[in-house]
Design a protein around this ligand. Structure first.
Ligand code: SF4
Length: 105
């Protein structure tokens, strides 16, 4: 009887934690990625890979600048995808770039 009680007391918190984690994951699905053909992306020259930016159309592009180094990138720089204020509800690539790029303060 004591073993059963100890088992319940030790596994119950873990079980409740797993249930809570799975619920929070289920409530927050990952947003879709911003498509390069999205009108916002086209207007801003957004590319998933900054190396493919159309430099003739966006001469303000500076090699080496990437979304991960932009102040509008809403995740740590080592995260491959993140939300961005110019594309609400979408994710942009850390390796990407657009003409709204601004250095992190
Ligand atoms: S505003 Fe910054 S983070 Fe957002 S898409 Fe443009 S360069 Fe990337």
């Amino acid at each position: 009887m004591k073993n059963r009680r100890n088992f319940v007391l030790t596994t119950l918190p873990l079980t409740m934690g797993l249930i809570a984690s799975s619920r929070s994951l289920a409530l927050e699905p990952e947003p879709p990625r911003l498509s390069e053909t999205d009108p916002v992306a086209i207007a801003l020259g957004y590319r998933h890979d900054a190396a493919t930016v159309d430099k003739s159309r966006f001469p303000n592009y500076v090699p080496g600048r990437r979304c991960a180094g932009c102040q509008l990138y809403q995740a740590a720089a080592d995260q491959p995808w993140a939300k961005c204020a110019v594309a609400p509800g979408k994710l942009v690539a850390g390796a990407g770039w657009c003409s709204a790029w601004a250095a992190k303060a």
